[in-house]
Design a protein around this ligand. Structure first.
Ligand code: ADP
Ligand code: MG
Length: 251
């Protein structure tokens, strides 16, 4: 089995306070990996650390058997949406073209191929008609589709998305999830930070459950066990119904 992301004994802290400690796992190719856990459990920090965006206390991250510094072109990142991105006065098509920068020559003019890939990416997320709009004029769901198009334009093998469905409409969520599954089926590997536990089974091939350390990594049926969920969310989250089904309430 080809391992795409290998994390060994990774620890990260901010100002001397641990965000998480001693995390290890190996992720095979062609998966959508959900990263779940309560607020502050280290989800965003974990993906930033894997992408090499943070100074870590200790640990080793290998991307396709290379240090992350050698794998940057293979990685696309859709950060958590925020007001700064949304207010930035820039056109939809220019946001998506930014995904082509790693491919451009040093003089930085877009080639015919850059323009073509940008256009195709906009078509794939259903945003081609709004290409001349300013990003700030779009709804949250439309903005998220544009940021996904930027990641598509990068033609990366590994995608990291931080809470891509937060505050967006159901139609956009469905479309984005379908696209992520297409990307997986084409051989890409995706990490998705997500907090809605009820979707975890249908959205993800495997799950990383965090609570400032790794509680468990595995398939949904191995992760959604009362003992693990309680370790992450305490008792407020998980109980059994009369049918002995695990009932999960978000924490
Ligand atoms: P999550 O994404 O699961 O909500 P984070 O990775 O954002 O969790 O945060 C993990 C811990 O690190 C939290 O205690 C949070 O307050 C802290 N933290 C996150 N980012 C910073 C930062 N830039 N500076 C200081 N502390 C931070
Ligand atoms: Mg976060």
């Amino acid at each position: 089995m080809k391992i795409v992301v290998d994390v060994r004994n990774l620890s990260v802290s901010y100002d001397g306070k641990k965000a998480f400690e001693d995390i290890s796992f190996s992720i095979p190719a062609k998966q959508i990996v959900g990263i779940i856990g309560p607020n502050g459990s280290g989800k965003s920090t974990l993906i930033k650390a894997i992408m090499g965006l943070l100074v870590v206390d200790q640990g080793i991250v290998s991307i396709m058997n290379q240090p992350v510094s050698r794998a940057r072109k293979k990685i696309a990142y859709v950060p958590q949406r925020n007001a700064i991105d949304s207010d930035f006065p820039v056109l939809v098509e220019d946001v998506v073209m930014m995904g082509r920068y790693p491919h451009m020559s040093w003089w930085g003019f877009p080639s015919a191929k850059d323009r073509q890939v940008t256009e195709e990416s906009l078509i794939r997320v259903g945003m081609i008609e709004l290409r001349k709009r300013q990003i700030g004029q779009l709804s949250g769901g439309q903005q998220q589709r544009v940021f996904l198009a930027r990641a598509l334009a990068q033609e990366a093998e590994l995608l990291f998305l931080d809470e891509p469905f937060a505050g967006i409409d159901i139609a956009s969520e469905g479309m984005i999830m379908k696209l992520l599954k297409n990307l997986r089926d084409q051989g890409n590997t995706l990490f998705v930070v997500h907090h809605d536990l009820s979707k975890a089974e249908s959205y993800f091939d495997s799950l990383i459950l965090l609570k400032n350390k790794l509680i468990v990594y595995g398939k949904w049926e191995d992760v959604f066990k009362l003992e693990y969920l309680r370790m992450a969310y305490d008792d407020r989250v998980a109980t059994f119904t009369t049918d002995n089904e695990l009932m999960v309430v978000n924490g």
